[in-house]
Design a binder for this molecule. Structure first.
Ligand SMILES: Cc1cc2nc3c(=O)[nH]c(=O)nc-3n(C[C@H](O)[C@H](O)[C@H](O)COP(=O)(O)OP(=O)(O)OC[C@H]3O[C@@H](n4cnc5c(N)ncnc54)[C@H](O)[C@@H]3O)c2cc1C
Length: 274
């Protein structure tokens, strides 16, 4: 039986994000959460594999206790079980530490897995690093930005668009894919799914000690990334009307934008004009 693992992240639903200015992180307990859209696509891809070929789906998330909601949603949609990694010691993890934590938890809770499916990116941090790093951590092959996939025997056949090329790739299992939002659309929760999600849902909660994680290698403590500042960029716009003969207008353009034009053509126009 195929063992599928889907990594899902809870992201804030609101457009007004409650930031903690001291740490530069989102105050997740104050924000409404939802399943990250690309994670929903990864889950949908896993559900289609299960529908076509059978298998068992484990949904796993690392986050605060409220992230359990998206595990229940995943079970309502057709996942078989959920794994919640939650511990204050895991908070503030950068992508490298997140991948490390997820990898060790997957080894512990899903031994003998065949395929790990991640979203290609999240809408709150948007680094797109966790999937590829997770493949490295587990020492398995990984393919990012997959649009469509199917499994035949021990091989995954995938399609993805890169730089206007449609690539067809094959990968041996066990492996990892990150899934885009194009092909796999979120589905509605069936009534039977709702019952499964709340009556007897198989959700395991693991903390750092249960996974056997070194407290020095997880959370903010283990993360090399330090957030120095978080702010909303303000774009100042000004309309400038250039007048005079065309030659004079071009001269004015060079005077004002010599750094940008020079950058585009690979020359230092500021120095050249002196
Ligand atoms: C207590 C606690 C508090 C946290 N607080 C924050 C916070 O304030 N802000 C924040 O951004 N993160 C927080 N996290 C989670 C963690 O730090 C981030 O998930 C991580 O840095 C991922 O970065 P990204 O969103 O850029 O991932 P990307 O690389 O863009 O994500 C790509 C894919 O990787 C998978 N993935 C990513 N993160 C997770 C995850 N946590 N669990 C399962 N799958 C995942 C998903 O499939 C996702 O679609 C917290 C975690 C814990 C335990």
């Amino acid at each position: 039986m195929l063992k599928l693992v889907v990594c899902i992240k809870q992201v804030p639903m609101v457009s007004e994000l409650p930031w903690d200015p001291a740490t530069g992180t989102i105050q997740r307990d104050l924000a409404e959460g939802m399943m990250n859209p690309a994670c929903r696509s990864a889950l949908d891809a896993a559900l289609r594999i299960k529908e076509a070929a059978g298998g068992e789906i484990t949904a796993i998330t690392m986050g605060p206790p409220m992230a359990e909601e998206i595990l229940r949603e995943a079970i309502a949609l057709g996942a078989d079980r959920g794994v919640l990694l939650t511990d204050r010691k895991m908070a503030g993890a950068d992508t490298s530490v997140t991948s490390h934590t997820l990898a060790r938890a997957i080894e512990k809770a899903c031994p003998g897995f065949d395929l790990i499916l991640c979203g290609f990116s999240t809408i709150d941090s948007e680094t797109a690093q966790v999937g590829p790093q997770l493949a490295e951590e587990l020492d398995i092959p990984g393919v990012a930005y997959v649009n469509e996939l199917e499994i035949s025997g021990r091989t995954v056949r995938m399609q993805r668009f890169t730089d206007n090329f449609l690539e067809t790739l094959e990968m041996d299992l066990p492996g990892l894919v990150t899934v885009t939002t194009g092909r796999y659309a979120p589905r509605h929760v069936p009534l039977g799914g709702l019952q499964a999600a709340f009556a007897g849902a198989d959700i395991v909660s693991l903390d750092a000690a249960a996974v056997g994680l070194d407290p020095e290698r997880i959370g903010a403590k283990g993360s090399a990334t330090k957030i120095r500042n978080v702010y909303s960029p303000t774009a100042g716009k000004k309309n400038i009307v250039l007048t005079g003969a065309p030659k004079r207008i071009v001269e004015q353009l060079f005077e004002r934008f010599d750094d940008k034009i020079g950058g585009a053509i690979g020359r230092d126009l500021k120095t050249e004009r002196k």
